[in-house]
Design a protein around this ligand. Structure first.
Ligand SMILES: Nc1nc2c(ncn2[C@@H]2O[C@H](COP(=O)(O)OP(=O)(O)O)[C@@H](O)[C@H]2O)c(=O)[nH]1
Ligand SMILES: [Mg+2]
Length: 194
């Protein structure tokens, strides 16, 4: 699969506002600032299609990007943003759960994890929750350019070990939106899941 065309379609505050045309979709989930928007720009070869930011927690909605007029990539709001109130977190959680559990056209969730850090409790809980509910997902380690070759290997091995500890076996793709390492592989993987 080759991504030839990409357009921003809409921001949906919750499941009820998602497109109803029945096209398949994959989504990107992960902590704020992990590099979800940068990854969408790298995949689509567009510098400013998805808004990137140094200020975490900006995106509160599901952002829909139509690819090749045939499927959607959905940028989910980041989890684990400290400055958000408890009430807001609860609403976020409910909206995300509803989307992940009920969105019939959702083919694959890509969980993006910062390769530099030990996966957080939130990352682990999220992955476990997906597995528990039988939601198809795959892991992506981001910002690999910030690590040495050795550190890159350790990071992949660490994530594998953690997943194995939860009895989970899913593909792990290591990427850098900066150098484009892993971007062709991830594009192929997305194609396979559609
Ligand atoms: N070095 C490096 N920085 C990245 C990479 N991906 C994202 N960033 C930076 O990380 C910050 C957050 O990225 P963003 O895509 O907005 O994260 P999001 O909140 O998950 O959408 C920005 O300052 C990006 O420039 C990457 O692959 N390499
Ligand atoms: Mg973003």
């Amino acid at each position: 699969m080759e991504i030839k065309q990409a357009n921003f379609v809409k921001s949906a505050p919750s499941l009820e506002h998602c497109p109803t045309d029945g096209l398949p979709e994959v989504c990107f989930a992960g902590r704020s600032n992990v590099g979800k928007s940068s990854l969408i720009n790298a995949l689509t070869n567009r510098k400013k299609l998805a808004k990137t930011s140094n200020t975490p927690g900006k995106t509160r909605e599901l952002n829909y990007y139509l690819i090749n007029d045939t499927f959607y990539i959905v940028d989910l709001p980041g989890y684990g943003f400290a400055k958000v109130s408890k009430a807001e977190k609860k609403i976020w959680g409910e909206h995300m759960q509803a989307y992940l559990l009920k969105r019939e056209t959702l083919n694959m969730v890509f969980v993006i994890i910062d390769a530099r850090h030990e996966p957080s409790a939130l990352d682990k809980d999220f992955v476990f929750w997906l597995a528990e509910h039988g939601i198809a997902f795959s892991c992506v380690l981001s910002k690999m350019d910030k690590l040495s070759k050795n550190q890159q290997q350790s990071s992949v091995a660490r994530l594998k070990r953690i997943l194995r500890g939860m009895n989970i076996e899913v593909p792990i793709t290591a990427i850098s939106s900066e150098t484009r390492d892993g971007i062709p592989e991830l594009t192929t993987l997305i194609g396979e899941f559609l």
